[in-house]
Design a protein around this ligand. Sequence first.
Ligand code: DOR
Ligand code: ZN
Length: 446
Amino acid sequence: MHYPETGRLAPVAEQSLLIKNVRPYGEDTVDVFVENGEITQIGANLDVTADREIDGQGQVLLPGLVDIHVHLREPGREDTETLATGSAAAAKGGFTAVFTMANTIPVMDQPTIAESVWLKSQALGLCDVHPVGSITKGLEGTEITEFGMMARSAAKVRMFSDDGKCVDNPMIMRRAIEYAKGQDVLLAQHCEDLRLTDNAPAHEGETAARLGLRGWPRAAEESIVARDSLLTRDYGTRMHICHLSTVGSVELVKWAKSQGIPITAEVTPHHLVLTDALLESYDGVYRVNPPLREDHDTVALRQALLDGIIDCVATDHAPHGSEEKCVEFEHARPGMLGLETSLAVIADTFVRTGQADWRWVAKVMSERPAEIVRLPGHGRPIAVGEPANLTLVAEDTTWIARGVDMDSKAENTPYEGTEFHTKVTTTILRGHITCAEGKAAAPRAV
Ligand code: DOR
Ligand code: ZN
């Protein structure tokens, strides 16, 4: 990690900003003029004077990225991540808005906790950090929280999830779906039947059998995807499925959508490109929940994302300290960092290989996630009159991921030593530069 005093640029709060020679969505080169946080002109060789200029030199300009699934650990585990370090990691990764999960200590099950996260992150000014409320009090799966009070609080909580844990009891989930429908909020489910996984650390398959690790079967995820799709059909308006990891889950989501059931789904970068073959090292950094699966799962997940069966990418950025990761595989805490590598993973996997273009990246990493949570002001088109939430990306560059170089407080990246060829250089939040030349700006307040 970087300490706040080092390696950071001063926060920049100019009134006007000229972004020169950039290619919106990787297309024709233009200049983009931003005044008071809004895009006011787009065109070739704009003749304007700005408080600050950025020369994009042919870089790709995207709408600011939106991640609807991160864990920033504040309150409670500030030893592994804080709103300040997590916001810096988000800015460095190109994100202008993130949704931080409710499995904090205390759990985000009350308006006051959600409000403190929202207001503090707004004071920091590096990223819009939206708190996710828990579905059940204390994540205990028994008593539903006050969705309405959290939704109407200053934090305007719009998504509820017990992520990290599954809402296991189908009657509780049914009631939560009915309540969410009345309040017009989104539920996001972590699909895991604990009676089938029993806290197993690895995907149930040949690798786990050979390594002597207990297995987490695909059916533990798929049975809940199926159950909650049916509950949504009968009682709900909309439901989001977190971190899809199996080929069977893809089939079920495809079926549910074909029936007109209003579910959406996300996939993490790590489930798209990493497999359980990495467990051979017994390195706890590769323990994640749901676990890394097999090659044919990753192939199906990538195709489903390309086809729109899976709606969006979400990182499930899950910082853990070395004392939680550098232990026997069975005892390692599940979770991986994601914010600072996700754009590179997605662009290197899909754009550099010619399977997708930058319009598609904008869709799966900004527009769709903002639509799913109905977040105004983010995931908007790059157009005059729109808020200047923007991300600049350099193509054909080379960098190597290193945990120690990350702005996250933790270092548990599964990409340690990996060479990437796409890099976020600049992030702009309502006209303010939150990351410049690949470095996050200092927060306004800590
Ligand atoms: O790997 C995971 N880590 N999956 C989750 O669902 C929770 C997360 C965490 O909080 O560390
Ligand atoms: Zn999570």
